[in-house]
Design a protein. Structure first.
Length: 317
């Protein structure tokens, strides 16, 4: 076990500015004058990341690592541009995602298929390749050392097959990317945070997601740090609620597999599921405002469920 007394918490949440305030986070970990970023937003996020570094009284050369939980562009789209600004840093990425950081053409093409070319250009900017010699593949159990502070990589599929989470034992926290759902501060109530799962296309696997959530909840942590958005506690309750929702989402998809208006009906069922749960949680929002905040996630989760349904190995007809 790590001697946590030797380490400061040293974690800063950075709003990357993607989409809206409080939507997309990167994290800066500082230990003994060295630093690491966990996720990095888009190319447009670069000034915010460098400003956070300066606020910590650190120079770019003091950053040793940029660690991406997975290569979706809201998490890793700015990695190439950030690496250009950090002369000594290495990029740590899941082995399945490394080639997409070196050559992001397929990432951009996939995002373009989902969102459209104009939206990709506007929201993500230029997606810059990372030189191969600066990319480090980190699989299950790999420990990244930050000035002696161990950051352990966990293979956590469900949202994507190339997803890893980062367990910081010293900080009693785990950086969860999208595996442990999305938790927006607007939905906080007296009960604490509320979260919903993310089945963004194209690699959603409900069974693997539930296993990954349970694995993260079993860690000795007091907080989780999802990319969307910021640190939250009450890990055990959130884990139970997320698993319930993943199972409900899978049931909705199976029930509507052959419906002629499948997309519309899945979206409507997800809307009801999330709004009912958010409001029952005590979120101080009316349904219209809650729906506005969740609209893009409902659309993406609908696409993710449909992609899952269309994989015969995962969901046989």
């Amino acid at each position: 076990m790590t001697d946590t007394a030797r380490f400061s918490t040293g974690i800063t949440t950075i709003d990357t500015g993607f989409q809206r305030p409080g939507f997309d986070a990167a994290y800066l970990i500082v230990e003994s004058g060295r630093a690491a970023f966990v996720d990095c937003g888009t190319t447009h996020s670069l000034p915010r990341l460098l400003a956070a570094l300066a606020a910590a009284n650190l120079a770019p050369a003091q950053v040793d690592w940029v660690i991406v939980t997975h290569v979706h562009l809201d998490h890793a789209g700015g990695a190439g541009a950030l690496m250009r600004a950090l002369p000594r840093a290495k990029l740590a990425v899941h082995p399945r995602g490394a080639r997409h950081m070196i050559d992001p053409a397929r990432l951009v093409a996939g995002a373009t298929e989902v969102y459209g070319a104009d939206t990709v250009a506007r929201d993500y900017g230029e997606v810059v390749p990372v030189p191969a010699e600066r990319v480090v593949e980190v699989g299950e159990g790999r420990v990244i050392e930050l000035a002696g502070r161990p950051l352990r990589c966990l293979d956590t599929p469900g949202h994507a097959r190339h997803h890893l989470c980062l367990w910081d034992e010293a900080g009693a926290t785990v950086f969860t990317g999208d595996t442990f759902g999305l938790s927006y501060r607007e939905f906080d109530s007296r009960r604490g945070a509320w979260a919903l799962p993310s089945s963004t296309p194209i690699q959603f696997d409900p069974l693997e997601m539930c296993r990954s959530i349970a694995r993260l909840a079993a860690l000795p942590v007091t907080t989780i740090r999802p990319t969307h958005f910021g640190p939250v506690g009450d890990v055990q309750r959130l884990a139970r609620e997320l698993v319930e929702q993943v199972e409900a989402m899978a049931a909705i998809a199976r029930e509507l597999r052959d419906a002629p208006d499948r997309t519309t009906r899945i979206a409507a069922a997800l809307t009801a599921l999330y709004l009912d749960r958010a409001l029952a949680h005590g979120a101080r929002l009316d349904r219209a405002t809650a729906l506005q905040l969740l609209a893009s996630d409902i659309a993406l989760n609908t696409q993710g469920l449909e992609a899952w349904l269309d994989l015969p190995v995962v969901a046989p007809r």
